[in-house]
Design a protein around this ligand. Structure first.
Ligand SMILES: NC(=O)c1ccc[n+]([C@@H]2O[C@H](COP(=O)([O-])OP(=O)(O)OC[C@H]3O[C@@H](n4cnc5c(N)ncnc54)[C@H](O)[C@@H]3O)[C@@H](O)[C@H]2O)c1
Length: 370
């Protein structure tokens, strides 16, 4: 059930009307987090509607009830932009320039072009007053990430990074179980598809888990060891990493994009407890050892309730909330930079390992799918 402005409590009515008038938004009505709130219409766009960006367009369309209005989709491949616009709404454009010229009231946009093109697209949008959700990884280099942070800060833009797993309901249900994780074992394995080949498996897949474990371990990295090999493509397709944090916590990560099966699992051990999280099945399970009156401790299983919300919907909804409220997004550019910095350090360690193992000469010029 929604509320119309003239039926809202007096305080809310005043606040809504003032905010709308201030920012030139027409008022709309919606429900957010089970509270009755009045929301402005927000015109949004998606830049890059390839295999992942098309999902942003679909979800913005679904978020119409929360005030989102998909006004534009942009893709260098205009036919692709047209077909996504036809399916989910908005006008199709072949470039950010053309789109900005035609949609002066645009408020927010998702940037889902290949990572190498994030900086150019996001900077252009922010300079024209548009808030951005930039897909992960934030950028290809730390210099690019720093430039994105500098532009967003200087212009006061709301800028979020698309670390989608933060919005996975299984991850959300796991925070309440965290006490002092000391050992993580993480597997993210995918069957090969010829996508995101502009980056290696660390920036493509492992970075999701780096972001989550950095948050859960909540401690600076002390040491890392890494091995990675290109197998099907010219870049590393399979990687294994061991990180030791200052707290003494250890994390082992395996990521592959050339596996025969799809696995998305994070398991951790902490005093008297084991926790297993399956990102794909959106399932969490824990075993704890508890003392009993009889003296023999018992093992107590627990399955926290996990909501059924689609992570991308939760992510975009949270982004739009930050845009409306001018608040700090749940996943900041600084978070994106931290995950990227760790990923780049892993790449360097992998390169050093290749040298130590005399693999670099062997792999120079190796043929790879592009
Ligand atoms: N959060 C996640 O779980 C997740 C999953 C997959 C991909 N991604 C990220 O999303 C981004 C896109 O990945 P993808 O797999 O969809 O790639 P993709 O190659 O399938 O799609 C990219 C699209 O962008 C278009 N494009 C390229 N340069 C452009 C430009 N300058 N302006 C406008 N359009 C342009 C291409 O024509 C293509 O349609 C990457 O950063 C990737 O890492 C995130």
């Amino acid at each position: 059930m929604g509320v119309v402005p003239n039926q809202a409590p007096r305080g809310m009515r005043h606040c809504v009307l003032t905010r709308c008038a201030k920012r030139g938004f027409p008022p709309a009505v919606g429900i957010c987090e089970n509270q009755m709130v009045t929301q402005e219409k927000l015109s949004v766009a998606v830049i890059g509607v390839g295999s992942f960006g098309q999902n942003h367009a679909r979800v913005y369309q679904e978020l119409a009830a929360e005030g989102a209005e998909l006004v534009a989709v942009v893709d260098a491949d205009l036919a692709r932009a047209q077909s996504i616009a036809q399916a989910h709404g908005g006008q199709a454009f072949a470039s950010v320039d053309e789109m900005l010229a035609a949609t002066p009231n645009l408020k927010a946009a998702s940037v889902a072009v290949p990572t190498v093109a994030h900086l150019a697209a996001a900077r252009q949008l922010m300079e024209r007053g548009v808030d951005v959700l930039i897909e992960k990884p934030l950028a290809v280099t730390l210099a690019e990430a720093d430039e994105l942070i500098a532009v967003a800060t200087k212009l006061g833009r709301v800028a979020q990074v698309g670390h989608l797993e933060r919005f996975n309901p299984a991850v959300r249900a796991t925070w309440q179980l965290l006490t002092r994780p000391m050992f993580f074992e993480v597997h993210r394995l995918s069957v090969f598809t010829p996508r995101s080949l502009d980056v290696d498996v660390v920036l493509d897949l492992m970075i999701h888990d780096l972001d989550i474990v950095l948050k859960m371990a909540n401690s600076p990295v002390r040491e890392l060891r890494a091995v990675g090999l290109p197998v099907l493509t010219g870049k590393v397709d399979i990687a294994n990493v061991r990180i030791e944090f200052e707290s003494g916590c250890i994390a082992n990560f395996t990521a592959s994009r050339i596996s025969t099966e799809r696995v998305r699992k994070l398991r951790f051990f902490q005093p008297a407890q084991y926790v297993s999280l399956d990102y794909s099945r959106r399932d969490v399970f824990s075993l704890s050892i508890k003392p009993t009156a009889g003296g023999t401790p018992e093992i107590v299983p627990f399955k926290p309730e996990v909501s059924a919300e689609e992570p991308l919907r939760a992510e975009l909804s949270s982004f739009l909330k930050a845009v409306r409220e001018r608040s700090t997004p749940e996943v900041t550019l600084a978070d994106g930079r931290a995950a990227l910095a760790l990923a780049l350090e892993i790449q360097q360690q992998m390169a050093e390992h290749q040298k130590r193992a005399h693999l670099d000469e062997l792999m120079k010029g190796a043929a790879g799918l592009r």
